[in-house]
Ligand binder design. Structure first.
Ligand code: NAG
Ligand code: NAG
Ligand code: NAG
Length: 360
C-alpha cells in the first residue's frame, strides 16, 4: 500500500487529539431521558425473515462459523483494513436487491460484449479490493470443508460480524440460509445507497426503501466508527460548501484545518484517505456519535444525523452509552442482513464468489 497514507493519517490524528478530550468530557455528562432507539425500531414492521436460521448448516456444514472466523482472524492481523472493507461490502450488497452476494460478481471493466454488473457502477468503483479478497479466501476455506453448500452471501454476513468483533465491537449470532443471486443488476445501484452528501430526508428514504427506519439509520451509521473515506468525499465540506467557497460552518474549524493538510483542494493523490472516526479510527466503539456532537463528523451525511431533530435524540443516546450502541447495532445488522433474501431456485450457491455458477 501507499506508505504516505499512514503518515498523513497520523498527522491528522495528532492535530485532532485535542478535540477528542473535549468530546470525551461531553460524553461523561448525564443524558436527558430520551425515547430509546429500540422502542422506535420495534414499532416498525420488520422486514420478512424468509426463514433464515442460526442452525441452517447444522447438518451440512456445522463448523461454518469457525471456518470463516479462522480466515478473518488471520487476515485481520495481516491487514486490518480488510475489516472496514468487508463491512462496507456487506452494506453495499444488502442495499442493492438484498443480501445475495450480487456485489461480489467480478466487474467487466468495460470488456467488449460483457454486460455490466453492480461493481461497474460509480457507487461501487472504490470498494477496496481487500474486502473482496477476504470473502473469497473465507469462501475457499469453507468450500474445502463443505463443498457446494454455503452461499457467498452467508460467508459475507459471517465475515462482517467477525470484523465487528475483531475491532472491539460486539459478537452476535448470524442467521444463515441466504442464496446467492443469479444476476448482478447495475441498474439497481443508483439511488439504493446513501451518498456522502445525502440529506437526512434522502437517507431516511433510502433506508425506508429497504424496510429500515430512523433507528436503523443511526445505529448502522455507527459502523463509521472504523474505516476511511477518500478525500473526494470531503472536499466540498472543507473548501467550498454549497458553492460558498468557504468550509461547512458546521464542521469544527480545527478539523477543517487538519483535513486540508491531508486533502489539498486540487492535485491531491486519489489514494489518500481520512478516518471517519477521528478519535479512535481503529476501534469499534461509540466515539463516532460523540464526534458528531462535537462537530467532528467527517461526511455531511454523518454530521446531518446530529443536526436533524428526527435523528439527534438517537445520536445523543448512543453517544452516551456504548452498551446501548452495541445492542442497537446488532439489532439493525440483523434487520439489514435479512433484506430480500433469495431462497430455493431463485438463487444459487456459487463455488467462487466472483462468478455465477453457470458461468464458472
Ligand atoms: C481453525 O484453525 C486452527 C488452527 O490453524 C485449526 O486447527 C482448526 O482446525 C481450524 N478450524 C476450522 C473449523 O477450520
Ligand atoms: C452530491 O454529490 C454528488 C456526487 O457524488 C453530486 O452529483 C450531487 O450534486 C451532490 N448533491 C448535493 C446536494 O450537493
Ligand atoms: C446503557 O444501556 C444499557 C442497555 O440498554 C442499559 O442497561 C444501561 O442502564 C444504560 N446505562 C446508562 C448509564 O444509562
Amino acid at each position: 500500500m501507499d506508505c504516505s497514507r499512514g503518515i498523513r493519517v497520523t498527522l491528522l490524528l495528532l492535530l485532532v487529539a485535542s478535540l477528542v478530550v473535549a468530546s470525551r468530557a461531553r460524553e461523561a455528562q448525564p443524558l436527558p431521558p430520551l425515547e430509546s432507539a429500540a422502542a422506535a425500531g420495534s414499532n416498525r414492521r420488520a422486514p420478512e425473515r424468509h426463514g433464515l436460521s442460526l442452525d441452517f448448516y447444522a447438518k451440512t456444514c456445522p463448523a461454518v462459523d469457525q471456518i470463516v472466523a479462522n480466515v478473518t482472524a488471520a487476515r485481520y492481523r495481516d491487514l486490518p483494513a480488510a475489516g472496514p472493507a468487508v463491512l462496507r461490502l456487506f452494506h453495499h450488497d444488502c442495499f442493492v436487491e438484498g443480501c445475495d452476494a450480487s456485489i461480489l460478481i467480478a466487474p467487466t471493466g468495460g470488456a467488449a460484449g460483457a454486460s455490466k454488473v453492480e461493481r461497474d457502477m460509480e457507487e461501487n468503483r472504490n470498494l477496496p479490493q481487500e474486502g473482496f479478497d477476504t470473502v473469497e479466501m473465507a469462501k475457499a476455506a469453507v468450500e474445502s470443508k463443505c463443498p457446494g453448500v454455503v452461499s457467498c452471501a452467508d460467508v459475507l454476513a459471517l465475515a462482517a460480524r467477525d470484523y465487528v468483533q475483531l475491532a472491539g465491537g460486539p459478537y452476535y449470532p448470524v442467521k444463515k440460509g441466504r442464496k446467492d443471486s443469479k444476476v448482478s443488476l447495475p441498474g439497481k445501484v443508483h439511488g439504493s445507497l446513501p451518498r456522502a452528501n445525502s440529506t437526512v430526508d434522502e437517507l431516511l428514504r433510502v433506508f425506508a426503501g429497504k424496510g429500515l427506519g430512523a433507528a436503523d439509520l443511526v445505529a448502522l451509521s455507527g459502523a463509521h466508527t472504523v474505516g476511511f473515506a477518500h478525500c473526494v468525499h470531503v472536499l466540498g465540506r472543507i473548501y467550498d460548501f454549497r458553492g460558498t467557497r468557504r468550509p461547512d460552518p458546521l464542521m469544527d474549524a480545527r478539523l477543517v484545518k487538519a483535513l486540508r493538510m491531508s486533502c489539498p483542494s486540487s492535485g491531491g493523490s486519489a489514494r489518500v484517505v481520512v478516518p471517519f472516526d477521528v478519535s479512535t479510527p481503529f476501534q469499534f466503539d461509540h466515539a463516532y456519535y460523540a464526534n458528531l456532537q462535537a462537530r467532528l463528523g467527517l461526511l455531511g451525511s454523518d454530521q446531518a444525523l446530529f443536526l436533524d431533530d428526527r435523528t439527534r435524540p438517537m445520536v445523543e443516546e448512543l453517544a452516551g452509552n456504548k452498551t446501548r450502541f452495541f445492542q442497537a447495532f446488532v439489532a439493525s445488522m440483523d434487520r439489514m442482513g435479512s433484506i430480500r433474501i433469495k431462497k430455493g431456485k431463485k438463487g444459487e450457491v456459487r463455488k467462487v464468489c466472483s462468478q455465477h455458477l453457470l458461468a464458472a
